[in-house]
Design a binder for this molecule. Structure first.
Ligand code: SF4
Ligand code: SF4
Length: 470
């Protein structure tokens, strides 16, 4: 007997109805329609704050220098009153891990809100869309312009759009490079055409990257290039917030008169106006169900709410909800995975703050001279060392150099003054006070450097003392 593969009819095609492709399925440019609504306002507000931070922070000064500057020349990262050195990069790694866990937490809780509201790719794409709108008009005008033959008007509009895109791209690049090289000097060099080759290369690179990504590639970056969009779906669970179409309420979809009895006509609340498709920046139809291409921006929810208002129906046909809620259950906020991420996040943030607070603002390295030992003019055994001191603060500091317990005496400068960020190479020698103490042995000794303005701040480093066998 042969096994049968069970077959199931999943849909009966209505051959009378023309097949309507979404912009994503049709290919070509996606021309989104203008809309208003709560989520759009939230995105504008969030975007304004992020823009202010990105474009504004680098123009602030602190202690006479750019407040936030990753100085590649000196390998120092200044962020307001704090300076970080290459030795502190472990903190940067920790910060990146915390950011990753923060993203995991947000994704489990609220799906792709990062993509829809804060990701630079989508934020810059919205700005480029705005530039498109003010130069080429709203959706239908842009579609018409695309189809129209070349004319002076079309050339003018297209040129204006690309110039605006390039201006935004250049401002973005200038700001980005300005976080790595003093921005005021960079801007002045750019205006006077005295910019160096390296800075010019990076300015060109980031201008081109912004222009291509936000102007031409747009949703393709989210769909095909972004690794986060690929793996985040595995973090979703049935309680994760997603933008979804309430099919139970919306179907059967269909046009109707505003004051008609839709139930009597066998219609749900969806009037099949397709506005939700027309506003979607990734060109999909949310009514086809949860899709990998959806960046959770809420544009379709906004526009559908405005349609529901006009029809006199309740809002929320398209809304932020969970799979659980759509199936009639209750969305659980506290679930093991989410609590686990939250706990890990809290522990990591606590450890990071502690490590930041405990970070020594003085660095001490000790290198022993290659010469094993020598006998000085007093007949004492002497070892030579080089101390490398770094003042990691942003103030002038006085430091005291000493030795820890032991039968040793330190020779050389006992007190030094270092400018902010200064590195000092200090040669010192150590003699054995009591020759009987060490005979042919290697003995440990400890160098201490104390901040004389803040005696609690002290660092020490161990080294060895070598004496001959007698
Ligand atoms: S905007 Fe709302 S009513 Fe219009 S097609 Fe989309 S889901 Fe249906
Ligand atoms: S389907 Fe809706 S939420 Fe998803 S990307 Fe399109 S407009 Fe945004």
């Amino acid at each position: 007997m042969t096994d049968r593969i069970p077959a199931r009819i999943i849909e009966t095609l209505d051959r009378e109805k023309p097949v309507r492709l979404t912009p994503a399925q049709a290919g070509g440019a996606i021309h989104t329609r203008s809309f208003t609504g709560l989520y759009r306002n939230l995105r504008l507000l969030g975007g304004a704050v992020l823009f202010l931070l990105y474009f504004g922070t680098l123009w602030l000064n602190w202690n006479g220098r750019q407040a936030v500057l990753w100085d590649l020349g000196t390998q120092q990262f200044h962020i307001f009153g704090a300076t970080f050195w290459p030795q502190d990069f472990i903190l940067l790694s920790a910060l990146l891990i915390i950011a990753a866990f923060g993203l995991f937490f947000i994704t489990v809780l609220a799906g792709r809100v990062w993509c829809g509201y804060a990701c630079p790719q989508s934020t810059w794409t919205w700005i480029f869309m705005w530039a498109e709108k003010i130069t080429e008009g709203d959706r239908h005008q842009r579609i018409k312009l695309d189809a129209a033959p070349w004319s002076a008007g079309k050339l003018l509009r297209r040129t204006a759009k690309h110039l605006l895109w390039l201006a935004v791209s250049l401002a973005t690049a200038l700001s980005f490079v300005g976080y790595f090289t003093p921005v005021r000097q960079l801007a002045a060099d750019l205006v006077t055409f005295e910019i160096g080759m390296t800075a010019a290369f990076w300015l060109f690179f980031f201008t081109a990257a912004t222009y291509i990504n936000a102007g031409w590639l747009r949703e393709k970056v989210c769909l095909h290039m972004c690794p986060y969009s690929r793996f985040q779906s595995v973090m979703f669970d049935a309680d994760t917030l997603v933008v979804a179409y309430d099919a139970a309420r919306g179907e059967s979809r269909g046009a109707r008169r505003k004051d008609s009895d839709s139930r009597a006509q066998g219609l749900g609340d969806c009037i099949d106006c397709t506005l939700c498709v027309q506003v979607c920046p990734t060109g999909i139809d949310i009514r086809d169900g949860l899709q990998l291409d959806c960046i959770g921006c809420g544009a379709c929810a906004d526009v559908c709410d405005s349609v529901m208002d006009r029809m006199g129906y309740a809002r929320g046909l398209v809304r932020y909800t969970s799979e659980q809620a759509l199936q009639g259950g209750r969305t659980r906020l506290f679930r093991p995975r989410l609590v686990g991420y939250a706990a890990a996040l809290l522990v990591m943030i606590g450890a990071f703050v502690w490590a930041l607070d405990e970070r020594p603002l003085l660095s001490l390295d000790v290198t022993r001279d290659r010469t094993l030992y020598r006998e000085n003019t007093h007949g004492q055994i002497e070892n030579m060392y080089r101390l490398k001191l770094i003042n990691k603060t942003q103030q002038q500091r006085e430091y005291g150099v000493s030795l820890g317990e032991g039968p040793f005496e330190l020779h050389g400068r006992r007190q030094v003054s270092l400018a902010p960020g200064e590195i000092l190479d200090l040669p010192v020698s150590v003699t054995l006070v009591d020759a009987k103490q060490t005979q042919g042995l290697t003995r440990e000794l400890r160098f201490e450097v104390r901040d004389l303005d803040d005696p609690a701040s002290v660092v020490d480093t161990r080294s060895t003392f070598v004496a001959p066998a007698r």
